[in-house]
Design a protein around this ligand. Structure first.
Ligand SMILES: O=C(O)[C@H](O)[C@@H](O)[C@H](O)[C@H](O)COP(=O)(O)O
Length: 257
């Protein structure tokens, strides 16, 4: 069935959220490995990685065929992989170093290139992975269709490095582009574009704590406003968008309190 299915899950504690996210990811891993013998997973930076902490331990870790996983980044800071600002480093230290995903299936950006070069290089590598059948392609839009994006959102409603009112919100040709004036430091990043995000099969948007409470309220219970947050601009063509919230992040939602 085409279109977007929206799901909201609210957890009482941080540990319950981490358990819920681990179970959801295990179920999708099983589904895609069975269906296509590969599972393409896109990560963001931020505290998302901490929320994946349960996935690396039993019972979840043993239920996953890690050899079929392929890891990508929805956005990455243009810094060395060893830099504390690197999303690769954050994910490696907190998640990837603890599970047996083949290193050749972890697609970090080329940190020898500048922002424009790194975006071009990442897009070229994605095109090769589409050709070899690892990454699917959307039959409708011809943008890459990832199996699962595990994402975070900022207090201003940004996702990936797509910030409010920025011209990159309108990018509709490139798969991967770059930004040199990100309002969230560091300023130079590469990012997937909206058409790639919109082509996803599943997105988990993970928000916990009080920092994003107003953005969550605006995204889930919008009042008439033409000034949309970036997260409100996501329109999955044929996919499921699930919010993973804790009690604090959901505390302003009328329908859920
Ligand atoms: O590089 C980045 O800045 C992240 O990838 C970004 O997309 C992140 O997911 C959001 O900014 C939310 O970040 P927090 O989880 O820290 O709020």
């Amino acid at each position: 069935m085409a279109g977007e299915r929206k799901v909201v899950k609210i957890f009482g504690t941080d540990d319950e959220l981490a358990d819920g996210l681990a179970k959801y990811t295990v179920d999708l891993s099983r589904k895609f490995v069975h269906q296509r013998s590969a599972f393409t997973v896109v990560l963001s930076g931020g505290y998302l990685i901490d929320k994946l902490r349960k996935l690396v331990d039993p019972p979840y870790a043993c239920e996953v065929d890690w050899s079929k996983w392929h890891i990508f980044w929805v956005d990455e800071r243009v810094v060395r992989k060893t830099d504390p600002d690197s999303n690769y480093k954050l994910a490696y230290d907190g998640f990837l170093s603890k599970v047996p995903i083949p290193p050749a299936q972890i697609y970090a950006i080329n940190d020898n290139l500048d922002a424009s070069g790194a975006a071009d290089d990442y897009e070229t590598r994605l095109k090769e992975l589409v050709k070899s059948g690892v990454v699917e392609i959307s039959p409708q839009t011809k943008f890459p269709r990832f199996d699962l994006m595990l994402l975070g959102m900022g207090p201003d409603g940004h996702l990936a490095s797509l910030f409010p009112h920025h011209p990159l919100l309108k990018e509709n040709k490139r798969w991967v582009t770059f930004i040199t004036n990100s309002p969230k430091p560091p300023p130079v990043r590469i990012t997937f574009t909206f058409p790639v995000i919109d082509a996803s099969a599943y997105i988990a948007m993970v928000v916990a704590g009080s920092g994003e409470v107003d953005a969550v309220k605006k995204a889930l219970e919008p009042e008439n406003s033409t000034d949309l947050l970036p997260v409100q601009m996501v329109k999955l063509e044929n996919g499921e968008f699930t919010w993973f919230l804790d009690k604090l992040a959901a505390s302003k939602l009328q329908d859920f309190n």
